[in-house]
Design a protein. Sequence first.
Length: 113
Amino acid sequence: QVQLVESGGGLVQPGGSLRLSCEASGSIFSVYRMGWYRQAPGKQRELVATILSNGITTYSDSVKGRFTISRDNAQNTVYLQMNSLKPEDTAVYYCHEGLSQSWGQGTQVTVSS
């Protein structure tokens, strides 16, 4: 099992930036595919971005060009750099590990003036 702890959420104005972090611990040999998901009030959880251990990334169309996912394998940490934030990016953001299907507790991101 992999334990995931997110941090870095908060309140930001439209057009601003935030960087989320997700630190993995436990059976970290299984950390292969890491992803960020988000869930807005009244909506289903949706995939934001993924990154494989070899660095290959994918993004949802709604964040492509604004968000960047990266990982530091030595630190067992995955990041989500979010730029040009919009009110519709407001959600709880969750970290996910693909092999163990582990989830973090989530971190709130609110984009509002």
